[in-house]
Design a protein around this ligand. Structure first.
Ligand code: 5AD
Ligand code: SF4
Length: 366
């Protein structure tokens, strides 16, 4: 039997539910969704606690060698102004993140080979030497050797969303690659000891509930430490400009089911969700999410990293963003995490290397 109630009962009991069960949960009516969300919220509290982890994202280059149909950074989009931050500028942004009290920086870019493996390794080493920060990379698909060098340089985590676990849909929306290669990269990252994050987009044209269930099953199979679930948002300068955006309710249901299937995972309240709905952030925090990723890209270039239109946090300065996050967390009675926010399998203090001095100002937490 795969109806909603029986699927939810088994998921609540910690059983490994199957694809049909997942579909039954994703098909929840608005009334059933309330039950689903409260089950996900309870699972989140039991397995990862009330704390919310902050990760500072630094988008250091919007050049990309790929041509994904949905993304504003695709190489054929000649209507955006491209930028690359220098190593110095990146380190400045990292310093700001450290001073504001962040414990993790996420270095993100389009797939830009201008930054070769050595440059990235040098950056990681410089960050680890100067700061008590966990380093997450989000640079797309690279060779195993490059991932290995960066891990050895001290990188802790890597984000590489699968985007969709349906092979055909993957090849359609990401014509430069294959799902098989993507999964290979994720496996390399796991083998190399990265805390690995994947994720998907909800509402891609041609996607069904079965596709979304496959997404969740793939993330469960890979045993990812993080999963970014966000709605697809059409960008005006891409081939998918006329497609409908993903729905808020289905995105929240996907997030909630992901929490039930991957109870230990870090699940961010994604920026795309906040862009889709003004109360998206708090809705996500109430149905499974436990991470927020504020944008620390220098203000001079921040509005150029336009993967989808009007990112909610573009106009905000980091201090203002942090203040509104703090106010929201107060309202929800959710404390800000003080530690690095490693996955439980990777205990605190077990950072692979790097300078642990960590006596920098944690202004934001004081
Ligand atoms: N809508 C929603 N998310 C998008 N991303 C890229 N383009 C879009 C879009 N149009 C997300 C992808 C990618 C990350 C950089 O941003 O999931 O992994
Ligand atoms: Fe490039 Fe990533 Fe955008 Fe694809 S989704 S075009 S790889 S930045």
């Amino acid at each position: 039997m795969h109806n909603f109630e029986s699927a939810l009962a088994r998921a609540r009991d910690g059983e490994k539910i199957d694809r049909q069960d997942i579909c039954a949960l994703l098909a929840a009516t608005p009334e059933e969704s309330r039950e689903l969300f409260s089950a996900a919220d309870r699972s989140r509290r039991e397995h990862v606690g009330d704390e919310v982890h902050l990760r500072a994202i630094i988008e250091f280059s919007n050049y990309c060698r790929k041509n994904c149909l949905y993304c504003g950074l695709r190489r054929d989009n000649s209507s955006i102004q491209r930028y690359r931050l220098s190593e110095q500028e990146i380190l400045e942004a990292v310093k700001t993140a450290g001073e504001l009290g962040f414990r993790t920086v996420v270095l993100q870019s389009g797939e830009d080979l201008f930054y070769d493996a050595k440059t990235i390794a040098r950056l990681i080493e410089a960050i680890k030497k100067r700061h008590d920060l966990a380093v997450t990379l989000s640079l797309g698909e690279r060779d195993r050797n490059e991932y290995k060098d960066w891990r050895e340089a001290g990188a802790d985590r890597y984000l590489l969303k699968q985007e969709t676990a349906n092979e055909h849909l993957f090849s359609t929306i990401k014509p430069d690659g294959s799902l098989q290669q993507r999964v290979q990269c994720l496996q390399w990252l796991k083998d190399l000891g990265y805390q690995t994050g994947s994720g998907n987009m909800v509402g891609l044209p041609g996607q069904t509930l079965t596709t979304l269930a496959a997404d969740i099953c793939l993330m469960r199979e890979l045993d990812v430490e993080m999963a970014g679930i966000g709605p697809f948002l059409p960008h005006h300068a891409t081939p998918l400009k006329d497609a409908a955006p993903g729905e808020l309710s289905l995105t929240l249901k996907t997030l909630a089911v992901t929490r039930l299937c991957l109870p230990q995972a870090h699940l961010p309240s994604t920026t795309s969700l906040c862009t889709l709905a003004p109360d998206g952030r708090q809705l996500a925090l109430k149905c499974g999410a436990n991470v927020i990723m504020p944008n620390l890209t220098p203000s001079g270039v921040r509005d150029k990293y336009l993967i989808y239109p009007q990112k909610a946090d573009i106009i905000e300065q980091p201090e203002a963003a942090l203040n509104s996050i703090q106010a929201l967390l107060n309202e929800l009675a959710r404390p800000l995490a003080q530690d690095h926010g490693h996955a439980k399998k990777y205990p605190e203090g077990d950072l692979t290397n790097g300078n642990q001095a960590g006596n920098h100002a944690r202004r934001f937490y004081q």
